[in-house]
Write a protein that binds this ligand. Sequence first.
Ligand SMILES: [Zn+2]
Length: 308
Amino acid sequence: MNKSLKYKIIIMTMIAVFAGMGSVFAYYLKLEKAYEIKAKNIAQETEIVEEKDQPEEQKKTEEVKETKTQEGMDSNSEEAEKEEVASLPEEKLSSSGTQNFVVCIDPGHGTTSRSIKEPVSPFGGEEKPGFVSGTKGVATGIAEKELNLAVSLKLRECLQNHGFKVVMTRDADYCDLSNIDRAELANRENSDLFVRVHANGADDQTARGIMMLVPSRSNLRDGIIVDKSRSAGETVLNHMIKSTGAPSNGVIERSDMTGFNWSKVPVILVEMGFMSNPDEDMLMSTSEYQDKLVDGIVNGILEYSKLD
Ligand SMILES: [Zn+2]
């Protein structure tokens, strides 16, 4: 082998080695870049997946939170959040409470062709007329049955708006139900409260204000109903005095009322005011004052329904 051929072989070998090393290096670089791109893609995909996993609302809340934090309203936003969380269950509680609460409204008196006498109590004793006509406004000439119905219809609407289940003994002038029939209707409907709506009359024209009648404690009566009626009577009267500004004539226990004695559910009788007092008679005939009376009764029933 001559010298020039030997050099040629050496040079060719070196070129081949360098070329080989170069291509290996190039391949390595390529690989690394490809890996980088792949890794980046995976990272982006993960982010997208994570974003997709978050519910829309949560994302929005986070955006809002971020904005507020940037504005330095950290503590405010936290408070607002707490308030939001706190208000939700309370709303649910109040509506679920009233839905299961049955109020039976009895607008006192009415027109009927029936005329009967009935026992004051299921345990015997004297008999009283099943139907009485009620009093009359000295200034307005309005019959008590009309005023009782007007207020009772407003009361039904307001209670229903608060979610209560309402039953009426009458929703028109004509009604054949006696005092016993009305109490038995309230019993049949498993009423949580039987509310009898009346207006007062007295010889003394200066007498005025709201009075609450409740059944008296007696050996013949269910003690739980007496206690619950008293509690409902006190609560409703307090709210009516607050809403109307009328004087209070207190809670009075009565043992002589047929509608009380036949009732197996808590029962109250609201005497809204004196139709024998010209000023109070005029006042009770206005829709504005009737709304105040209704507001007081509803607020009282709302409070009582939570105690019950
Ligand atoms: Zn009456």
